[in-house]
Design a protein around this ligand. Structure first.
Ligand code: SF4
Length: 562
């Protein structure tokens, strides 16, 4: 039977609960939506006593389904003020599944702010809260190294760095990566690192389970048969999938040429330097000492991740992704993989969302605090974020706060969250997602790149809505990267669900479950104070044409429910 671990950070109490029948068949994003609606007052202070943070696995974690060992982190976001589910790979979800743990709920607040603990899940399944005073102020890489020395090399760690400890609204939780054991996988969006810090938790350490067990499936034989076929189809498709062969960085080949990648704070100016960041250069950069086609979690057959090493062959960073390259690179007029990879490492180490941070640094350039494209000056700002200086603390409050502080007109945020690596003028369906989704400006809520037509507004909206449903489905089951293949086999996926949990779901049932997740998220946000008037895209996207196409974001406000 699955278990829920509930931790009261005020009483230092750990309880193991049987997994609720009502939650059976939920996982990842759907579980977070249900849980937050059931247990958290949407009106609460995200860092206060009433707030809770939930860390859970996908509904298929531990089952051997391709890429299904996903971890979801959910809470009311201190950045957007709405619900947030941040979905991440790494080794933790599998490790939790091996202990039969589906979710960890952390609630209340420590009696004294700033006193930190580590949640230790031992090999024998026992759980304790360990004093973490000596690790306070430590960043993720050093923290993980310390945990490995103390508890063994073979652990999975979920942790925060100083960004979380400083309660920054752009702070992440970092997860150790499968294979390297470095904390380079990020549950980045929404500032959830600060929520974990507000509970006085520095990290969660999971030792490998002595005895791996899993609950009985409704029909194990059927499950194994369908899983084998689905896994085979994904493995086959990955042989020609550019995300498998190159990584998400290959997206630049499309967005760079089309002017959709953010440049110079979303002006869309195309620089010839974009050639420095194309796929062929990326492969050269990765291959100088590292490698691509790395699986970030066990059971991944797509392997879109990578290992980046420095000139001396020392590990620099992993999971070096398109979004980080776009926001920390061209959006700041920086076109050099070496520098951007260093920024990625710093963000992972401090526990910072690379998207929010890159967008904020660009605003500092727009405000003439540092010159455009000055990599050293940008790296100095990262240092100030670490030190918590006045400007460092300002950047920690997120892109909207930076823009407002410097009185900047062009602030690229929706629902207070920085827009990721796709200019909404070049993909209006994605822009619609940024403005209307339950997650704010988040491409993982429903990207429509290459699927929308700027002359067909209704079609773009429809595509966005379909993608929002598909992503809600994927984030509950497995890695969204599988959906280009599994999305065409939803009846089989539903049969897999039936073989695991029982029932007679079909593809329509999966969509209905995704709709329920979205409905719960929107209900939470409504109670938290979001209204349709918040479904805004920043005005400059409506008035300034994208240089590459001459087009603005043209979905009228009334079509966005405003
Ligand atoms: S496809 Fe990429 S993000 Fe998804 S599990 Fe595999 S390596 Fe991780």
């Amino acid at each position: 039977m699955w278990k829920t671990i509930r931790i009261n950070s005020n009483k230092n109490l750990i309880e193991t609960e049987e997994y609720k029948d009502a939650y059976m068949g939920l996982g990842g994003r759907s579980l977070i939506a249900q849980f937050l609606n059931d247990e958290v007052n949407p009106d609460c202070d995200p860092l206060g006593e009433e707030a809770k943070i939930i860390i859970c696995t996908s509904m298929f974690a531990g089952s051997g389904l391709v890429c299904a060992n996903r971890l979801s982190v959910g809470a009311k976001s201190p950045l957007t003020g709405g619900i947030k589910e941040s979905n991440v790979g790494g080794s933790a979800a599998k490790a939790l599944s091996d202990h039969n743990i589906r979710s960890i709920i952390i609630e209340s607040k420590p009696k004294i702010d700033g006193i930190m603990k580590v949640i230790l899940i031992r090999s024998d399944g026992s759980i304790s809260l360990e004093d973490a005073t000596s690790y306070q102020g430590m960043n993720n890489y050093e923290f993980v190294e310390n945990m490995q020395k103390k508890y063994s090399e073979n652990i999975s760690v979920i942790s925060i760095g100083v960004a979380g400890e400083r309660l920054y609204k752009n702070s992440s939780l970092q997860i150790t990566e499968y294979g390297t054991n470095y904390p380079c996988r990020a549950a980045g969006r929404g500032g959830l690192g600060s929520v974990l810090a507000s509970k006085g938790i520095k990290g969660i350490v999971i030792q490998n389970a002595d005895e791996k067990s899993k609950p009985a499936y409704a029909d194990q034989e059927k499950f194994s048969r369908i899983r084998k076929a689905l896994n085979k189809s994904v493995a086959e498709a990955s042989k020609t999938n550019p995300f498998s062969l190159i990584g998400t960085a290959c997206t630049i080949d499309k967005t760079g040429v089309a002017g959709i990648i953010p440049t110079h704070n979303f002006t869309g100016t195309i620089s010839e330097k974009i050639d420095n960041l194309k796929s062929d250069k990326f492969i050269d950069f990765v291959n100088r000492n590292g490698k691509n086609q790395h699986p970030c979690q066990s059971g991944c057959l797509i392997k879109c991740s990578n290992i980046i090493k420095d000139n001396d062959g020392k590990f620099l960073t992993g999971g070096f992704e398109y979004e980080t390259i776009a926001l920390c690179g061209p959006n700041c007029d920086i076109y050099d993989f070496e520098t951007i990879a260093r920024m990625d490492r710093i963000c992972d180490d401090l526990g910072l969302d690379t998207i929010e941070t890159g967008a904020s640094i660009a605003l500092c350039m727009e405000a003439e605090i540092i010159p455009w494209g000055d990599a050293n000056a940008a790296l100095e700002l990262y240092q100030q974020i670490a030190e918590g200086t006045e400007i460092g603390n300002l950047i920690g409050q997120g892109t909207a706060a930076v823009g407002e502080h410097y009185n900047i007109k062009r602030i690229p945020t929706c629902k207070n969250q920085a827009i990721p690596g796709y200019d909404p003028r070049g993909t209006i369906g994605t822009g619609f997602t940024y403005a209307t989704s339950s997650m704010g400006a988040d491409h993982t809520a429903g990207i429509t790149l290459g699927k929308d037509d700027p002359t067909d507004l209704a079609g773009a909206i429809q595509t966005s809505n379909v993608m929002q449903r598909i992503f809600a489905m994927a984030d509950s089951m497995t890695c969204m990267m599988t959906m280009s293949t599994l999305g065409g086999q939803l009846d089989q996926l539903a049969e897999l669900y039936n073989a695991m949990y029982g029932g007679d779901l079909n593809a329509e049932g999966l969509f209905a479950a995704a709709d329920k997740t979205l409905k719960m998220e929107h209900e939470f946000n409504k109670k938290a104070g979001w209204t349709k008037a918040d479904n805004q895209i920043p005005e400059f996207f409506r008035t300034e044409p994208l240089p590459s196409t001459g087009k603005t974001f043209n979905i009228p406000a009334e079509m966005m429910g405003i």
